[in-house]
Ligand binder design. Sequence first.
Ligand code: MLT
Length: 406
Amino acid sequence: MVKANDNYLKLPGSYLFSTIGKKVREYSEAHPESKIIRLGIGDVTQPIAPAILEAMHKAVDEMGVRETFKGYAPDLGYEFLRSTIAKNDYQARGCDISADEIFVSDGAKCDCSNIQEIFSLDNKIAVCDPVYPVYVDSNVMAGRAGDYDATTEKWSDVIYMPCTAANNFAPELPKETPDLIYLCFPNNPTGSTITKAQLQEWVDYANKVGAIILYDAAYEAYISEADVPHTIYECEGARTCAIEFRSFSKNAGFTGVRLGFTVIPKELKAGDVQLHGLWARRHGTKYNGAPYIIQRAGEAVYTEAGKAQLKEQVAYYMKNAKVIYDGLKGAGFTVSGGVNAPYIWLKTPNNMTSWEFFDALLEKVNVVGTPGSGFGPSGEGYFRLTAFGTYENTVEAVERIKKINL
Ligand code: MLT
């Protein structure tokens, strides 16, 4: 008899943003007159920048001409994009990363959930708590997380690194030694960051204990402070202990276009196995490459016009972040994040649980956010708002929240 993968059956509930989407849909159907403002999932609202659109149009036209038509893309990405990324995101920052260490994909979510496949099931993972749920769920699906305890809301084989107000939402080195350490900075969901000196401590620790850091830098475009690292490869020794994930979703509005990449330095090893070769093998077998049109769009992100237009787009969202941060702080909420990240993390008022506050916001003022507890047990009593809405909706949402009668 055919059997389903038991690991999937261990997953409690559905994916966080699917649960929220369902709740909002149900509320909206029951109250069709309500004008709901969505500041839940970190989905962008500004259209694709003109320089990028132009590149996409040109690439579309090329596909209609025999001489310039493209079939399968190279597994690991077109050379024009890989070398543009290496030059702009790494070499320009003094980081020693070459084009052939970059693997182009259709987004960071897929890469950071698929990467665990090239590691043994015996490896122990460490995650921040709260955390982007994809890191944990993908390890559960693989059978690496152990069993779920509904009381503690923790998996038995996962090391949790609490990120709370007490440690400024920055994880401390774990007591138990992990094999794989997931870090995300600027952080989703708390919007916190760590300095280059703090990240260097993680790199030194990983090299010392023989762990690998899986570094998600999807929000690096939102960094505004000088001592916050844009990539883990700014740290000495990162080439022997770190894989980095990057996305075009948040810096260029590609949540629907889909493009990302993963960096695996050639020195990086698990035991005596080179991981670059292993990921290339996996990529080549399971993936046919991001579409040519989209990779040309990605290349346009790095043109002078593209950079200027995207700087404005990031500034637009960061103006929203300030509206949320200042507005809620002024109204007496305890808020953090929003300075180097498009997420604002707030303490729920009156000791409400995260989901109680979610329901109150949805039902009383028609604003959607994300319950902190959905990201892990240390997120309980917190709530995430995204700066990716339109400016008008953001201003309106903050006004509504300020007036909420709890
Ligand atoms: C989020 O809201 O946390 C993100 O949009 C999710 C993602 O990027 O996959």
